[in-house]
Design a binder for this molecule. Structure first.
Ligand code: ZN
Length: 229
């Protein structure tokens, strides 16, 4: 009660104390990103392993959360978390046009096993965060790759460093669901099912097709790619 009518302290530790959660968040009314200790381990991050794994893992999570500040909801809040329009009409118009590509792309993803399409509108903010995020994570990885040079392969995996980045991103992003859970997710979740999230990550990136030498007719290298920034 002592806090009633006092200004909210957006950075107080009690607002950010879920340390064991394996997840990450962007909070638009704080304009903050939040990475609990729980996600800074496992497939996402380890300080002793090659950069391609960390950039493909936690790197994609961090850039995903940053990009939420520019999704269709986050973009309506300014740098202080206030709901105010800070976009020029021209930029907003161009953005809305580009976003249509993402809606259409995800509307066309179909979970064959349950005969259901993904809902591109309901999952749009997450898909924007994924597509914008991987682009930044990959360019950050290319920067560190130039700085430190090629790192050793993992035992038994005959892939180059760039290919390993994609494998790490896919590994951190994937999940296998029973049909019932898949149906529930398509009907109610703000995220597209994991398989389609990973497809969204790779099919929109010409760098993925280049790194794996995908042919022009490959399913993971469609002509139409969504590029927001
Ligand atoms: Zn998200």
């Amino acid at each position: 009660m002592s806090k009633v009518r006092l200004p909210v302290n957006k950075t107080h530790w009690t607002q950010h104390s879920d340390c064991a959660v394996v997840n990450a968040y962007y909070n638009r009314i704080e304009n903050s990103i939040y990475f609990p200790a729980g996600i800074l381990q496992g497939v996402y991050f380890n300080e002793g392993r090659p950069n391609y794994m960390n950039y493909g893992g936690i790197g994609c999570v961090i850039t995903h959360e940053i990009t939420h500040a520019f999704d269709i909801q986050g973009s309506q809040y300014n740098e202080h978390g206030i709901l105010v329009n800070w976009w020029s009409n021209e930029t907003k118009k161009a953005y809305n046009e580009k976003v249509k590509c993402v809606i259409e792309q995800f509307n066309n993803f179909k979970a064959e096993e349950i005969n259901m399409q993904v809902n591109g509108e309901n999952t749009l903010p997450e898909n924007i965060a994924d597509i914008g995020g991987i682009k930044n994570a990959y360019s950050a990885y290319e920067k560190i790759l130039k700085e430190v040079g090629e790192e050793p392969n993992l035992p038994g995996l005959n892939y180059n460093n760039r290919q390993m980045f994609w494998l790490a991103a896919g590994t951190a992003g994937c999940a296998k669901l029973r049909n019932e859970a898949l149906k529930l997710e398509i009907l109610t979740d703000e995220h597209a099912p994991r398989k389609f999230r990973v497809w969204g990550l790779v099919t929109n990136m010409p760098e993925f097709a280049r790194d794996f030498n995908c042919s022009k007719t490959s399913k993971m290298n469609p002509d139409k790619k969504c590029n927001l920034w």
